[in-house]
Design a protein around this ligand. Structure first.
Ligand code: FPP
Length: 258
């Protein structure tokens, strides 16, 4: 029998009721992949996939909020995505602005706080303005924190932190022997986020693609062979059930945990 919980085969449609609320992942991060291939399968242009991906974003955010998962982080646009054709970038940015405008009410209804990680100042001014507005209009919400990784690259995040720390060392604000994991963490874009518990990637690709490298040190990884526009609540639940079936040892032995 295959006992790898990462490969449990589910043969029924799961719902939120199936999740053990006592063992929820505190931080779920998702690499939303496969929009382009989903569109291609249907003989459509890539943007059709991105447009349909927005519905998966909406449903996933709502499901996570209902489950009371404290932190959800979505990889929406990487530093490498700037290399895509300009028309695709422009349309993605438009989708983002529209989604932000449209979803403010829903975020407030579900008590969700919106935050962002990445070089957000490099985003087009319209996106930056809308994003910062929605972040400020939701900052007092105390439910789930929804973080969008935008113009985000993990190596860039770490490089920036190293530069900031080096400057502090140079100016005698901090001494090298006092640099520990907490100091490094406080200089990352994602300093307000706990470590990732569950990382999901859709589309069947089994890569991390420069996402939250520091924060996934002990994350459980879940790769699902479904394109992002097809990702629905039952897939999210299956990922969480897989997570809940795993033994997280953090370097210890099973016996020590017991
Ligand atoms: C990956 O699919 C997806 C993206 C690069 C963009 C994700 C954006 C959205 C889902 C829409 C807007 C987001 C929000 C938060 C409202 P891909 O284009 O790499 O697909 P492929 O690998 O099949 O080409």
């Amino acid at each position: 029998m295959d006992v790898n919980p990462a490969r449990i085969v589910f043969n029924k449609m799961h719902t939120l009721e199936d999740v053990d609320k006592e063992k929820l992942p505190q931080h779920v991060a998702i690499i939303m992949d496969g929009n382009g291939r989903w569109a291609k399968q249907r003989g459509k242009i890539r943007m059709f996939g991105h447009e349909n991906g927005v519905e998966s974003v909406n449903q996933t955010v709502e499901s996570c909020a209902k489950l009371q998962i404290p932190f959800l982080t979505l990889y929406a646009f990487s530093t490498e995505n700037w290399n895509r054709p300009k028309t695709e970038i422009d349309t993605l940015m438009k989708l983002l602005v529209n989604a932000l405008k449209r979803e403010l009410k829903t975020l407030n209804k579900h008590n969700i706080r919106l935050r962002a990680i990445g070089k957000i100042e490099t985003l087009p001014s319209k996106v930056y303005k809308e994003l910062t507005e929605v972040m400020s209009k939701t900052e007092n919400n105390s439910g789930m924190t929804l973080t969008l990784a935008l113009s985000y690259g993990s190596r860039e995040e770490i490089k920036t932190a190293v530069q900031q720390i080096a400057t502090k060392v140079k100016n005698n604000i901090i001494s090298p022997e006092n640099i520990d994991e907490t100091v490094i963490n406080t200089h990352l874009y994602a300093h307000f986020l706990p470590d990732v518990d569950l990382l999901i990637r859709t589309s069947g690709e089994c890569r991390i693609s420069n996402f939250l490298l520091w924060q996934i040190a002990y994350a459980e990884l879940y790769f699902i062979d479904v394109f992002w526009p097809d990702f629905r609540e039952n897939h999210l639940v299956e990922a969480i059930l897989s997570y809940q079936n795993r033994e997280r040892r953090f370097g210890k032995t099973s016996e020590q945990l017991n």
